[in-house]
Design a binder for this molecule. Structure first.
Ligand code: NDP
Ligand code: HSE
Length: 439
């Protein structure tokens, strides 16, 4: 049988990795797919740029529309990024009845609902395994492997750049910006790296995971997002003294009131496996009612790990070429007419435990005032550490761990604590999750 002809949009980190993996493993891939898969056309902005892959045998152009429109191209792989040009190209491919593979989480999280509707109308597949957690086959695991479960919650380290930065800062005392530059040079970071460090990229991925876990439409705008730029060395050290690690987590959970959808720095007990996921590695912990907790671990970014997911999607799509469009795995795991309208909760309505750090004047009665305010807001304290002030300092650091409480109560209490004369500066607050498999 003739090999399937693929048009590649983008020849950067992931595009280059995809060319390399497809060429190197061509025989194995053909044995799995039932026929060969070859990239015949590719587009990049600057055709004179050096590439990480050998592009011989591929027709190159700087016009990505020419690739999509070429009648010989049967499957389009979108690896440009963003939700502008990429959206146009993907929609154009769908309208022409071409299957699409993409690694673009921004595109899926923000415009996936309309893209999937268009794909259904045309009877084509839009595959997006590489959009979440790089090389970890987490979409397939949740959508297919856990299809028998009522999924209760999931929590993940789903941005490689952010985890790489936090790990290097903690283990080697390196400067934030210096590590970010290295992550960019290694091809891990987004075109706009604020997406990585401010949690936007993780929120795109979490939006996708929540949809396939709970059968809800993609709702990126409802996600709560907080980045890692405000994490200090002090907080990392105090967290460790208390037996915790700070990780940047995406968490989504079903509750009686609705669905939590939040990305923020989180203290997690250091004995949890996920607390020990370092560098560019990602991990996603999924709690299903039947299977219990399952943990998925692997490289979250980089050329070949991400290409691994892109190529797996290509194999799936090639197998689907001859299948009945009505009987394919639904894009969002649940049948499109069976999606639920369970609301996404605002962050005020989320319940978690907290780590608090405040700078208190070294005089009697301050701690009593703080604990009274917490008590008035039904917040009970699990642990307190008071650090002796350095000789030249007028204030001491007070660190507290609280039990679980509604975020709204905590916000009100923090406002009152910050208004005390004896409290200097803002109170630092980091949410704490035990990720206890029993809950
Ligand atoms: P790169 O910036 O490395 O590559 C983007 C490619 O798109 C480049 O080859 C660029 O051309 C090309 N391109 C951009 N604009 C145009 C245009 N107007 N016309 C033609 N070509 C264009 O990005 P990545 O490979 O890192 O990321 C690609 C996608 O994969 C993104 O959606 C990203 O979020 C996602 N992703 C990335 C991962 C990673 O580890 N990097 C992991 C998982 C997902 P040129 O090279 O000439 O500039
Ligand atoms: N910038 C992303 C990250 C790429 O660092 O995780 C993988 O999605």
């Amino acid at each position: 049988m003739e090999p399937v002809k693929v048009g590649l949009l983008g020849l950067g980190t992931v595009g280059g990795g995809t060319v390399n993996v497809l060429k190197r493993n061509a025989k194995e891939i053909a044995r799995r797919a039932g026929r060969g898969i070859v990239i015949t056309h590719a587009a990049a902005r600057d055709l004179n740029k050096p590439r990480i892959c050998d592009t011989s045998g591929i027709t190159l152009t700087s016009d990505p529309h020419a690739v999509v429109n070429d009648p010989n191209v049967q499957i389009v792989v979108e690896l440009i990024g963003g939700d502008g040009l990429a959206y146009e190209l993907v929609m154009r491919a769908i309208q022409q009845g071409k299957h699409v593979v993409t690694a673009n989480k921004a595109l899926i999280a923000k415009r996936g609902n309309e893209i999937f509707a268009a794909a259904r109308d045309q009877g084509v597949v839009v595959a997006f395994e590489a959009a979440v957690a790089g090389g970890i086959p987490i979409i397939k695991a949740i959508r297919e492997g856990l299809a028998g479960n009522h999924i209760q919650w999931l929590a993940g380290i789903i941005n490689g750049t952010g985890n790489f930065i936090l790990t290097e800062m903690r283990d080697k005392g390196r400067d934030f910006n210096d590590v970010l530059k290295e992550a960019q040079a290694l091809g891990y970071a987004e075109a706009d790296p604020t997406f990585d460090v401010e949690g936007i990229d993780a929120a795109h991925k979490l939006t996708i995971l929540a949809s396939i876990a709970f059968g809800i439409p993609l709702q990126f705008a409802a996600a709560y997002t907080e980045g890692i730029t405000k994490i200090t060395r002090e907080d990392v050290t105090y967290a460790e003294e208390l037996g915790y690690r700070i990780k940047h987590l995406g968490i989504t959970k079903r509750t009686k009131q609705g669905i939590e959808l939040r990305v923020h720095p989180t203290l997690i007990p250091e004995r949890r496996l996920i607390a020990n996921v370092d560098g560019v590695m990602n991990a996603v912990l999924v709690k299903g009612d039947a299977v219990g907790p399952t943990l998925y671990y692997g490289a979250g970014a980089g050329d070949e790990p991400t290409a691994s997911a892109v190529v797996a999607d290509l194999v799936d799509v090639v197998r689907a070429l001859t299948s009945d469009p009505e009987n394919r795995v639904p894009h969002l795991a649940f049948q499109p007419d069976a999606l639920s309208d369970t609301p996404i909760l605002p962050i005020d309505a989320v319940e978690t435990a907290y780590y608090l750090r405040m700078q208190a004047s070294d005089k009697p009665g301050v701690l009593a005032d703080v604990t009274r305010i917490l008590g008035d807001h039904q917040i009970s304290i699990e642990a307190i550490i008071q650090k002796e002030p350095a000789p030249e300092m007028q204030t001491a650091s007070v660190i507290m761990l609280t039990h679980r409480v509604l975020e709204k109560n905590m916000n009100d209490a923090i406002a009152k604590i910050e208004a005390l004369d004896a409290i200097n500066d803002k109170v630092t607050r980091i949410r704490v999750e035990t990720l206890n498999a029993g809950k």
